[in-house]
Design a protein around this ligand. Structure first.
Ligand code: AMP
Length: 436
């Protein structure tokens, strides 16, 4: 049952003042939002005015509502979708993010007669083709499956009024640029474009230049800063002891909902198995898991059935769990910006969060890169019984002969099992936990 909303609440809501109509504000109030977030305050009027937008905004800022609410407001006034027509297209890098954005669209449009849908790969295409025969006012999609649907003639994109590229930086990282370019060629020239990205590197700027027309530029959390409400801590430890330390931290602190990041799919599986063996309900999500398994794990984690979710960066991208209290970096990420993305999952929308990194000597260079990027030194705390014995070691070989664009789902590139120099000067024990 949704909470009732009275006329006064509607009239006085700051969302009404931003220019949103009654059915949308009602849905927003029923979601429990009373104040628009900073990105929403900036983005909603710009989109309603029909402007293109280029926004530097990470997950956790309320960006989804920032583009969805004004998009729905515009769509509700035009002729609705029919016969394979798509009126607004939201592209996202991952299936999880697509599903999440689509859930938001459904919630915000619950009092509108707009048709929204979501399509991504890893599930059967035929039901999607059947559903899309009626068209979609809002279609949320991952680029690969969208192209498949276009090629099969299931949808036509030549009537798209609004295009949203969500987490565009990650789409480029994942190698979707060709698909995106193909999709852009299918869209009508006259349309509104909204581009959201956590960072604005050269490749994104290049994409933006060809795509956006005199965009309004917005920035919320200043680039490369993590949310101020997050408490960061670093526990030095040996590579081989990380799984033990993780179990110890979760059990001794009685953490109940923990998102753990692993650099590799294999590492994610091993740690999830280990936690389960210790009696803590845990699951791993990464690119080698079926879509069904990923969706189940995420749902279990959200509902509290699973206490620990172990994820690779790509699989975790965009996961939205309200007030996620603990994020643990079992490994530091290969790319310093991913630290910011990972930590973006805790301390969200003003709630305090806790970000823990387990750091071995092999990762000291990665740590320095993170500290340079965030402009902060992570406070260090040794945990009794887990003090590192390896104090210096050659850095991890992260290249693995592959480029950045092949980061999808992690990959077994971490080579944690190389020797180091121990306190006693002897070569350190090799990591058993991270052997490929
Ligand atoms: P997003 O950055 O779009 O992934 O949103 C992050 C989280 O903030 C989601 O759980 C939203 O439901 C929530 N949220 C979005 N807008 C608001 C708002 N105005 N007030 C409170 N929470 C919000």
């Amino acid at each position: 049952m949704l909470p009732p909303v009275d006329e006064e609440q509607l009239a006085e809501s700051p969302f009404t003042a931003l220019g949103l109509g009654r059915p949308i504000v009602e849905a927003v109030l029923q979601k429990g939002y009373s104040q628009p977030s900073s990105i929403q305050q900036q983005c909603i009027p710009a989109v309603l005015a029909g402007r293109d937008v280029m926004a530097a905004a990470q997950t956790g800022t309320g960006k989804t509502a920032g583009f969805t609410l004004p998009m729905l407001e515009r769509l509700r006034h035009g002729p609705h979708a029919r016969g394979r027509i798509v009126r607004s297209l939201v592209l996202t890098p991952t299936r999880e993010l697509a599903a999440q954005v689509a859930d938001n669209v459904k919630a915000y449009s619950r009092h509108l007669d707009l048709r929204s849908d979501v399509v991504f790969g890893g599930v059967k295409i035929n039901p999607q083709i059947t559903r899309l025969q009626a068209g979609a006012d809002v279609l949320v999609a991952t680029p690969g499956r969208l192209m498949d649907l276009v090629q099969q003639g299931a949808i036509s994109l030549d009537r798209v009024e609004i295009l949203v590229l969500d987490e565009a930086d990650r789409m480029l990282d994942m190698g979707f640029i060709r698909d995106i370019q193909k999709i852009l060629r299918l869209l009508p020239a006259k349309r509104q474009n909204l581009l959201f990205s956590a960072t604005f590197e050269t490749s994104i700027r290049r994409l933006a230049t060809g795509l956006l027309h005199e965009p309004v530029q917005l920035q919320v959390t200043p680039e490369n800063r993590t949310a101020a409400t997050v408490e960061h801590i670093l526990h030095p430890c040996d590579m081989a002891r990380k799984p033990d330390l993780l179990c110890h931290l979760i059990a001794s602190n009685d953490w109940q909902q923990v998102l753990v990041f692993s650099r590799t799919k294999h590492g994610a599986n091993r740690v999830a198995d280990r936690l389960s063996a210790e009696g803590m309900a845990a699951a791993a999500i990464h690119g080698n898991k079926s879509q069904g398994a990923r969706t189940r794990a995420l749902a279990g984690f959200k509902s509290g059935e699973l206490r620990v979710l172990v994820a690779t960066d790509i699989a975790a991208r965009g996961i939205d769990i309200h007030q996620l209290p603990h994020v643990v970096n079992l490994d530091l990420p290969n790319q310093a910006e991913d630290y910011v993305h990972r930590i973006g999952r805790t301390g969200r929308a003003g709630h305090s969060g806790h970000a823990v990194s387990l750091v071995a000597a092999e990762e000291h260079e990665l740590l320095r890169a993170i500290e340079r990027l965030t402009g902060k030194k992570l406070p260090k705390q040794e945990i009794p019984g887990f003090e590192p014995t390896v104090l210096s070691a050659p850095p991890l070989d992260l290249s693995g002969g592959r480029g950045r664009s092949s980061r999808g789902g992690g990959g077994n590139r971490g080579v944690g099992n190389r020797g180091g120099v121990s306190r006693s000067g002897r070569p350190a024990a090799r990591s058993s936990s991270r052997r490929p």
